[in-house]
Design a protein around this ligand. Structure first.
Ligand code: NCD
Length: 318
């Protein structure tokens, strides 16, 4: 049976082309399961998964939890507030204690870039923890691999093969983990990737990732097959990067005026949460060209695929 080449899903960086194909194929199979009256399979009934969310989340947390339940895993949920972290315990100690309770997989959301990479490296030293599989559910401004996988799956469903397709990521590229994971994945899948943002919201040397750079949403829209509208990551802004939300919406937002004037109408994606009236007008988010809620639906199947595939490589002996 085909398996993933890596033990954890820490970032898109670690996925080979055949890993990506395998995840996309497995997602399509789980999409079929999710159409059935009984949306459940026994694949992970011998596994226990802990969802450790040290940062706020609605969609991603619920989507992982639902995916785990659809796979018949036992599920533990942990959020930072009300935990021993406030008593001074380290992340490594917290996770080691959870794994000592015979937990098999950790789904981790954390504000520090590289938190999952750090755990994957250090857990191997501990006999109760060496077996664990780690899934990165967003590590600060670094990566959010399952979001990129569900975005790519949604794009494939709508546009077919992504080779040669032109996908634009619009908005706060500087602070967005969704942007980095999307760039890495879409490039591996053969798409042309453009980033469109004010210069203050673009990392320096972004061209080195092999993307095209634009500062005009109108010209980006002329050629794009799809726009992925990213939220301004207000919680990560340390300085003011633009004059205000009204100004941002006028210049870089997908507003009705811009949409009506555009000759080419690309597909609209958004990872959520949507800030209506900032990066996108609410009417366009709800309109016929938007696949925002399809993305949410595909997210459960993508996470089922990732957990199922990592579960196949997990040590049954521990
Ligand atoms: C994204 C995230 O948390 O990075 N949201 C999500 O996972 N659905 C994007 C965002 O918060 O803007």
């Amino acid at each position: 049976m085909p398996q993933l080449s890596s033990q954890h899903l820490l970032g898109i960086k670690d996925l080979s082309h055949s890993d990506i194909d395998l995840i996309m194929l497995t997602t399509a199979e789980f999409m079929q399961v999710l159409q059935r009256p009984i949306k459940k399979v026994p694949s992970l009934r011998d596994k226990t998964i802990a969802n450790l969310f040290f940062e706020n989340s609605t969609r991603t947390r619920l989507s992982f939890e639902l995916a785990e339940k659809r796979l018949s895993a036992d599920v533990l949920n942990f959020s930072a507030s009300g935990s021993s972290l406030s008593k001074g315990e380290t992340l490594l100690d917290t996770v080691n204690n959870i794994l000592a309770m015979k937990v098999d997989m950790i789904v981790l959301r954390h504000s520090s870039p590289g938190a999952g990479i750090f755990l994957a490296k250090h857990l191997t030293r501990f006999k109760h923890s060496a077996h664990a599989r780690i899934v990165n559910a967003g590590d600060g401004t670094h990566e959010h691999p399952t979001q990129a996988l569900l975005d790519a799956f949604s794009l494939q469903q709508a546009l077919g093969n992504l080779v040669g397709k032109r996908i634009a990521l619009v908005g706060d590229i500087l602070h967005s983990r969704v942007a980095l994971s999307n760039i890495l994945l879409l490039k591996k899948m053969g798409a042309t990737v453009q980033v469109c943002a004010p210069p203050s919201l673009l990392p320096r040397h972004i061209q080195n990732l092999g993307v095209e750079v634009s500062h005009s949403l109108d010209s980006t829209m002329e050629q794009a097959d799809a726009l992925n509208m990213l939220r301004i990551q207000e919680e990560r802004l340390k300085v003011q990067h633009f004059p205000g939300n009204y100004e941002y919406h006028r210049v870089f937002g997908l507003n009705l005026d811009r949409w009506e004037k555009a000759k080419n109408k690309p597909l609209i994606l958004h990872p959520g949460p949507v800030n209506r009236g900032v990066e996108i007008d609410g009417k366009l988010a709800d309109g016929p060209d938007s696949i925002i809620l399809d993305q949410v639906q595909h997210g459960v199947a993508v996470r089922m695929a990732v957990l199922y595939l990592l579960g196949q490589t997990a040590n049954k002996e521990h």
